[in-house]
Design a protein around this ligand. Structure first.
Ligand code: AHM
Ligand code: MG
Length: 329
């Protein structure tokens, strides 16, 4: 079986992106450490909330902060990172001056789905890698405002019944499972692909009364089942961890939606473009799925803020095409 390090070496070692391979190994180490911190939280006092809020005004969990520190700690020392943006940090993170800088901009959500962490339900980490536009000067926050099509790598770790790392460098999607006996991620899910058809959807239905008409129509038709216009029964799942939902979709198809709604026109959805929607959209598209706001391909959006939010609808291609068509009418 191929290890993550071997796989990366085979994919990037002989290219002009060998340094990206080294950076990706550091992400893998960070994810192992975060998984360990989650596993051991009940013993180490790392469960529960901290006394701080993040930039989104959300209460931080202690594990949010620990995961953020681990992600920065592992990825900053190897000489490949130029700067970082994290869900947990308001401003761009610049590397300490004594550390060597590289050419990659890292954006991450170190602990996604953290409302689930204290109830022992799957959570994850998400990361996106861009190239710094000008490597001769220090990186700036504006450098991160590149469309998702510019990503050179994206991945997530899923801390579930087993710990997995799923990665794309633009050459398909591959999944690795952590072998606890050796501490290595091993290639267990090569060339992952998303079924174009599905009868399973994921949406937080408690927001139903706020949805816009096309989303309401799509879900109504799914719920109408065999007797409705779709002529099929649909199943619903909602983990409230995007990583777990996207992973399920990679494994057996499905649609995940966190749409914008009518509550606050200034708030275009809940999820963040740079470190949630873009990396997940890159992975989903590389696996043959599709990803949209309802009206635009997510990967083509021009970001205007590092913590920008966006509506997200992704998964099985034929269903996403249907949802897009409902937004046109
Ligand atoms: P987080 O990054 O603060 O954990 O928020 C993102 C998460 C996603 O993983 C998940 O899809 C969504 O928020 C769940 O939202 P809700 O609590 O509305 O169900
Ligand atoms: Mg998140």
């Amino acid at each position: 079986m191929t290890s993550f390090a071997e796989f990366i070496q085979q994919q990037l070692g002989a290219t002009d992106r060998a340094d990206l391979g080294l950076l990706l190994n550091q992400f893998a180490s960070a994810c192992k450490s975060i998984g360990n911190a989650i596993n051991r939280a009940a013993f180490t006092g790392a469960s529960g909330v901290s006394n701080t809020d993040n930039v989104q005004g959300e209460h931080q969990k202690k594990l949010d902060i620990i995961s953020n520190d681990l992600m920065i700690g592992w990825t900053q020392w190897g000489g490949h990172a130029a700067a970082m943006v994290s869900e947990e940090l308001e401003a761009m993170y610049s590397l300490p001056p004594e550390l060597q800088r590289g050419r990659y901009l890292l954006a991450f959500d170190p602990l996604d789905g953290s409302s689930n962490v204290d109830v022992n339900i799957s959570v994850g980490s998400i990361f996106s890698v861009l190239l710094a536009p000008d490597q001769h000067r220090a990186a700036r926050a504006e450098d991160f405002l590149q469309p998702g099509t510019q990503q050179v790598a994206a991945g997530y770790a899923l801390y579930g019944p087993s710990t997995m790392l799923v990665l794309t460098t633009g050459q398909g999607v591959n999944g690795f499972t952590l072998d606890a006996a050796t501490g290595e991620f091993m290639l267990t899910h090569p060339a992952m692909s998303i079924e174009p058809e599905t009868r399973e959807f994921a949406i937080n239905a408690s927001n139903m009364r706020h949805w816009e008409t096309p989303v309401q129509r799509y879900i109504d038709e799914c719920l109408a089942g065999k007797e409705g216009p779709r002529g099929n029964n649909f199943n619903m799942r909602w983990v409230a961890s995007m990583v777990a939902e996207v992973h399920r979709i990679l494994m057996r198809g499905g649609v995940f939606m966190y749409p914008r709604d009518n509550r606050d026109p200034a708030k275009p959805g809940k999820l963040r473009l740079l470190y949630e929607a873009n990396p997940m959209s890159f992975i989903v598209e590389q696996a043959g799925g599709a990803s949209t706001t309802g009206t635009q391909r997510i990967l083509e959006l021009q970001p205007d803020h590092i913590h920008q939010r966006v509506a997200v609808m992704l998964g099985s291609r034929h269903e996403i095409e249907r949802i897009v068509s409902y937004h046109r009418t």
